[in-house]
Write a protein that binds this ligand. Structure first.
Ligand SMILES: [Zn+2]
Length: 407
């Protein structure tokens, strides 16, 4: 048995932990319809029925799976705020605190991207499926302030959900506050064509063009998805030094479309990765899909190789590590944030030093990941997390309760 190679811990820059509950429940047109918009019905069913303890349990389950897949930092884009009847809890940050506690319990580094969700969309009445998400801009900012006061050490970012959910005027107010506080800003942008069309109707511009026009892009801004963007919009993101967070395993699951990673990377935009809907939690699968999706489109191989002189595997590893860290405003040290792999695992056995990185990026199976360290603490040893049985069994009970009698 040879010594175990080490890799830097992955950074998951975009997660909605509670959506782990709909894995496997949304793969039928009968129950979840044919597109992203109908899929949301299944997602809203899960969101509507969780009590605070459930939010904690599902977050622990998602974070556990992330650790076991080599992720040491997660940006949790959290928009579940209210009671099931739509009213705030006595402590309006109660569910944010459940996420914080879940991350502490499993030992993953959390950047809480607390989300502002103010409306259903342009010219749309409030959606009953979203009543647990809604706050006013004033409430959002007050809740952010309170959270920061109560958790001075908390790594936090500001996440206006989308232009659909946050109109321009409050968006400017929220982004202005975030800039003042020097916090990262994350936003869903150009995931769906219909969303772009609604933005065009409301403001006369598509999302990235509008954000550019209003001076809202910047090095602190991360555009999540950025699939349906024009050449000019790519240039605007590059000029602003913004990051794009791509979520290929979710985007392919939802039929969102394909990020033009070649154009984006050639323009110099850093691409981070996120597990988003948790359809699959496997950062290397996200990384390799950036190139694989383009291969299928362009009928060529290794499309992203040698952009700016960088070899493909290193470029994809950067997407799963340092680019995500940049998007979240953190800087984990690979000496204390890393995972080890078993060189005898069948997915990577038989390699040489020079091809290890390519092999890992393109074929490493999660089963090869042995030990995970976060901030100098071992959290996974020999493929096991010390709380694994308890976390999984509580999650299984929640899953049974949530789905009993339905679908
Ligand atoms: Zn998302």
């Amino acid at each position: 048995m040879s010594s175990k190679p080490r890799f830097p811990g992955f950074v998951n820059a975009h997660s909605h932990s509670f959506q782990r509950l709909i894995r496997g429940k949304s793969e039928s047109r009968v129950t979840s319809g044919r597109d992203f918009w109908s899929w949301r019905g299944t997602m809203y069913h899960a969101a509507a029925n969780l009590d605070p303890e459930d939010v904690y349990d599902v977050a622990r389950m998602a974070f556990l799976e992330m650790l076991l897949s080599g992720t040491t930092t997660v940006g949790e884009f959290h928009y579940l705020h209210n009671r099931p009847d739509g009213k705030p809890y006595d402590d309006p940050n109660l569910l944010s605190k459940q996420i914080i506690a879940a991350a502490q319990s499993v030992g993953i580094r959390l950047v809480l991207l607390r989300s502002a969700y103010l409306r259903a969309g342009f010219e749309l009445p409030p959606d009953p499926g979203q009543i647990r998400f809604y706050e006013t801009a004033e409430q959002f900012l007050a809740n952010m302030e309170a959270l920061r006061k109560q958790y001075p050490e908390l790594l936090i970012g500001v996440a206006p959900h989308s232009l659909r959910a946050v109109p321009l005027a409050p968006l400017k107010e929220i982004a202005g506050w975030a800039r003042q506080q020097k916090l990262p800003v994350h936003m869903h942008v150009a995931e769906q064509v219909a969303e772009n069309e609604a933005c065009l109707r409301e403001y006369g511009a598509t999302p990235v063009a509008l954000l550019d026009r209003e001076g809202l892009l910047g090095p602190d801004f991360t555009a999540v998805h950025a699939i349906h963007v024009t050449r000019e919009e790519i240039d605007a993101l590059a000029k602003a030094k913004a990051t794009i967070c791509s979520c290929p395993t979710t985007e392919r699951n939802l039929g969102d479309g394909i990020l033009a990673a070649d154009e984006v990377m050639r323009a110099g935009i850093p691409v981070a990765l996120g597990s988003d809907s948790q359809a699959q939690i496997d950062p290397l699968e996200d990384a390799r899909q950036l190139d694989y999706h383009l291969r299928l489109e362009q009928e060529q191989r290794a499309i992203l190789d040698q952009i700016a002189g960088q070899p493909l595997a290193q470029r994809l590893l950067d997407c799963a590590t340092i680019n995500g860290a940049r998007a979240l405003g953190v800087n984990p040290d690979p000496a204390t944030d890393f995972f080890t792999v078993d060189p005898d695992d069948v997915s990577i056995a038989g390699h040489s030093e020079s091809d290890l990185l390519s092999l890992a990026v393109f074929t490493l199976n999660r089963s090869a990941i042995c030990d995970v360290m976060v901030g100098g603490q071992w959290v996974v040893r020999d493929h096991r997390h010390p709380l694994q049985e308890e976390i999984v069994s509580r999650y299984q009970e929640l899953h049974r309760r949530l789905w009993s009698g339905s679908q």
